[in-house]
Design a protein around this ligand. Structure first.
Ligand code: HT7
Ligand code: ZN
Length: 874
């Protein structure tokens, strides 16, 4: 198969108006009868009908009730003798497929004896022959037939219009979706499931039924997902005037799923990880992820489903916008300004540790890509998270109300259509004709077309005579694959100026459009410190040569919480880089330690914010600041900094632990989860300090906490403190943890992940991972389990993975090839672990190249993995 280009887009030669699907569900051989009404598209020259298909067995094709000739073109079904003219005709296709053998988890598959579907992006063609592209929108009627005992629940999109019993213990259900949709939003589920139900009324007084379906036994873990769904429905109506448009909205959880969740119309299918939670099995992070993923999928009901993408190059139209919406939802739910800031910092941390490296690596692509070999490879942090930042900048440029107006216009213009990123940007701009966005729209759209992370270099000059503060700002963007030169971006820069007394003297928003510009701020006092890119107002790298004193001043006084946190990160990164470049031992200076102590002991700051400030930048983030990376050295330096923070602040950590460990009845709200996070960080540092001193008190306390904890967050934090600090008690705690939760798959994932992600001590992690692969609970076919062990090692533990003996890379290449034969999507995600191999120091660089070449040289590689490794080697 060949590369697909955005520029080659052509409208479909046929429209499909209605689809009647009839399934006889059987794990070994499911029969699918597909009756469609089609008509030729009058805007396109007449041509044969070419229907997509993949791993289907074709039994019969009829046109208007008569047999017809057809031929195969690869896996496509080609029909040439169709009625001429533009009248609708009926096409009937009868196929079978084998859900039990479907290990790719795309199309129709079996998980825990139930049937599920996953059709985005191109899975529908694995169910029946179809025009599998998002701009073909049809009305669906679906009949499901199956054994009643084995599959008592039969679900599809829309409304249940009929159901009843059949012969031989079988039954049926018929569903009609009242909305036209692209086939990627089709879904069915059949199995032994139970539901938590909730009736709600929307503002117009209409009643709706919300359901969360899970396996029997998991019902006690569905309350939070249901609450999150109700909150999502209310939020979308309140913030954007977008009401639930369905009588029934269903969520179904499955433990075999390639991604997080899927927004099928009215029948969202979720990875159990993003549905199931109670205080005994889920951490605060799990609770918060569930809230945002439930929100995300629900918000797709308008942004993605009511208005969808014209083609898959426009993926960020729905994903970037919907991530922005789920981020705003979580911020609004967090409530207070400080809790909103914590959420913003967490989101930016994801962007900078995952998307910035992508933007600088071989898989770099614009938010609206120009080409792909395999669309599944483009469900990336660039499409999602950078896409969300692009939408956020639009909101910044038109204001919150202006953005809401733009959304209204977008729905007025395009409801029911399949459109482009340009259509969205145009609607937001047109609803705000006086805005900078409207004025700068053509240039702003470069955010969609140019890949790479722009760098903004800022310099300051203060004139003692006039009191003018001049900020010189210049932008550049490095080349990326296929894009050697870049044009200037529109970069909104929120700024402030902090006076020497710590008070803010001025603030504003500068929109940088030229390659270089100067911003003049009158009346500035001597010694003022600029606070730039407040709230991370644009997805750029900001270079400003801050002195330590300036950063310490911002950390203490900045009114912008994001930049306060950022000042602490810069102080830490500078120290890490100095240590990496230097040869001597790292000694954290008193100024840094003192500043961290002030934050930790601060009387008014939130615990959640303190936890973020006191967490050192990730190894991957530090590595991105280097031209040549020795991941083991980066790891050693960060560990050493952590040890010094542990020892120097020991009394403060003990204070923090004692003052934050008790939180009354468990609630996963931002305040109490922030307190638990800080107590957990304190306990980790106390156990680290104990390792240096050999003292057994804190490891003993951690072990006790691990045993006594009343919730998973505290229990897991205590376990992790023991594991991360390499305490002897860790082994017994891990064994106990496994014993306690052996019947909880999501908790076992945590157990695998903690061990694979632990700090390396003398190369011990790889043998441990190899051994865990033999564990009876390990199953490489289950994506969550594969991710919890293999990805936690290869993608999230650089200090252990990048071994000078290349054993980590050999392990990686074996697993990529093993997984590729099972599930190419999961394999290609793993393949990305070596994206940044060119930056590695020798001998890792050469060894990594060899490992990638080994994978690339394998015959029968999937398109998914082939695209990743070919780009890596290019
Ligand atoms: N829109 C959903 C994408 C998705 C997906 C894509 C490819 C393979 C499997 C998948 N499962 C879900 C997820 C979302 O962004 O909401
Ligand atoms: Zn999405």
């Amino acid at each position: 198969s060949a590369v697909i280009y955005r520029a080659d887009y052509q409208p479909p030669p046929f429209w499909i108006d209605t689809v009647e699907l009839c399934f006889d569900l059987d794990p070994a051989k499911t029969r699918v009868l597909n009756r469609m009404k089609l008509r030729r598209n009058p805007d396109v020259p007449q041509q044969p009908l070419k229907l997509d298909g993949d791993e289907l067995n074709l039994a019969r094709v009829m046109v208007n009730g008569q047999g017809t000739s057809f031929r195969m073109e690869g896996s496509r079904l080609v029909l040439e003798n169709l009625p001429e003219g533009y009248e609708p005709f009926e096409l009937e296709i009868f196929t079978t497929c084998s859900p039990a053998k479907n290990t790719k988890l795309m199309g129709l598959y079996v998980s825990n004896d139930s049937f599920f579907t996953q059709c985005e992006a191109e899975g529908f063609r694995r169910i029946t022959y179809f025009l599998d592209r998002p701009d073909v929108m049809a009305s669906y009627t679906v009949t499901l037939r199956a054994d009643k005992q084995k599959y008592p629940v039969l679900l599809s999109n829309g409304n249940l219009v009929d159901h009843g019993d059949l012969d031989e213990g079988r039954h049926y259900a018929r569903w009609v979706d009242p909305f036209r949709k692209p086939c990627y939003l089709f879904a069915l589920v059949a199995g032994q499931l139970v539901a938590r139900e909730q009736k709600i009324a929307t503002r117009n007084g209409k009643e709706h039924l919300l359901q969360v379906y899970v396996r029997p036994g998991d019902l006690d873990k569905t309350e939070h997902a249901m609450n999150s769904l109700m909150a999502s429905v209310a939020w979308d109506e309140a913030r954007f005037g977008l009401a639930l448009d369905l009588e029934r909205f269903m969520i179904v959880a499955t433990s075999d799923f390639n991604m997080g969740a899927m927004e099928n119309k009215g029948l969202n299918i979720f990875n159990t990880k993003y549905v199931l939670a109670n205080q005994a099995t889920a951490t605060d992070t799990d609770f918060s992820n569930i809230e945002s993923v439930v929100g995300h999928e629900y918000f797709h009901n308008w942004t993605g489903n009511r208005i969808t993408c014209r083609d898959w190059f426009q993926l960020s139209l729905k994903e970037g916008l919907t991530v922005f919406r789920d981020q705003e939802f979580s911020q609004d739910l967090a409530g207070e300004a400080s809790a909103r800031a914590v959420k913003r910092i967490e989101d930016v941390r994801v962007l900078r540790t995952a998307q910035f490296p992508e933007d600088a690596g071989p898989m770099a692509h614009p938010v609206r890509p120009d080409q792909y070999l395999e669309i599944n490879n483009f469900y990336t942090v660039t499409i999602y998270e950078k896409g969300a930042e692009v939408v956020r900048m639009m909101q910044t440029l038109v204001g919150r109300e202006g953005f809401a107006r733009g959304m209204t216009l977008y729905f007025q213009r395009h409801d029911g259509q399949a459109v482009t990123c340009e259509d969205f940007a145009q609607a937001i701009a047109d609803a705000n004709p006086q805005s900078r966005l409207h004025e700068l729209l053509p240039q702003f759209k470069r955010w969609y077309s140019q890949a790479g992370t722009p760098r903004v270099k800022a310099g300051a000059h203060w004139d003692a005579v006039t009191g003018q503060y001049e900020l010189s700002l210049s932008q550049s963007c490095p080349p990326s694959p296929g894009q050697p030169a870049k044009e200037p971006f529109v970069i909104p820069i929120a700024w402030g100026l902090i006076g020497p007394d710590g008070r803010e003297v001025a603030s504003g928003m500068h929109v940088l459009t030229q390659a270089s510009e100067t911003l003049t701020i009158p009346g500035a006092p001597a010694g003022a410190v600029p606070s730039l890119l407040r709230g991370f107002s644009a997805p750029v790298i900001l270079d400003f040569d801050y002195t330590d004193e300036q950063l310490l001043a911002l950390l203490e006084h900045d009114t912008d919480p994001f930049n306060r946190w950022e000042a602490g990160q810069r102080l830490a990164v500078n120290r890490a880089l100095a240590a990496i470049h230097g040869s001597g031992e790292i000694v954290l200076d008193n100024a840094f330690i003192g500043a961290m102590r002030s934050i930790l002991r601060h009387r008014t700051l939130d615990a959640a914010f303190k936890e973020l400030v006191l967490t050192l930048p990730a190894e991957t983030y530090i590595a991105e600041q280097l031209d040549v990376v020795d991941p083991q050295r980066v790891h050693a330096v960060r560990e050493s900094m952590r040890e010094q923070m542990a020892t120097a602040l020991q009394d403060d950590w003990a204070w923090a632990y004692e003052h934050h460990k008790d939180n009354g009845a468990y609630r996963p709200d931002p305040v109490s989860s922030g307190r638990r996070a800080l107590a957990g960080l304190a306990l980790t540092h106390l156990c680290i300090a104990a390792r240096s001193s050999g003292d057994g008190v804190w490891p003993g306390k951690a072990y006790q906490r691990f045993k006594d904890a009343s919730n998973m967050t505290d229990r897991f934090n205590a376990l992790s403190a023991l594991v991360v600090s390499g305490q002897d008690l860790a082994r017994s705690a891990l064994d106990k943890f496994h014993c306690m939760f052996k019947d909880e798959p999501l908790v076992l994932d945590k157990w695998f992940s903690l061990q694979a992600g632990a700090p390396d001590r003398g190369g011990n992690i790889l043998p441990a991972v190899r051994q865990l692969m033999q564990h009876p609970d390990f199953n490489i076919r289950n994506p969550n389990r594969a991710r919890s062990l293999i990805f936690s090692y290869c993608s999230a533990n650089p200090g252990a993975f990048h071994r000078a003996d290349a054993a980590g890379y050999v392990f990686w290449s074996d697993r990529v090839m093993e997984l590729d034969a099972i599930n190419p999507q999961v394999a290609s995600r793993l393949a990305r672990a070596l994206d940044r191999w060119r930056k590695l120091a020798e001998p890792m660089r050469g060894a990594a190249r060899e490992a990638i070449a080994r994978v690339a040289g394998k015959p029968d590689l999937s398109n998914d993995v082939r695209e990743v490794v070919t780009r890596a080697l290019a």
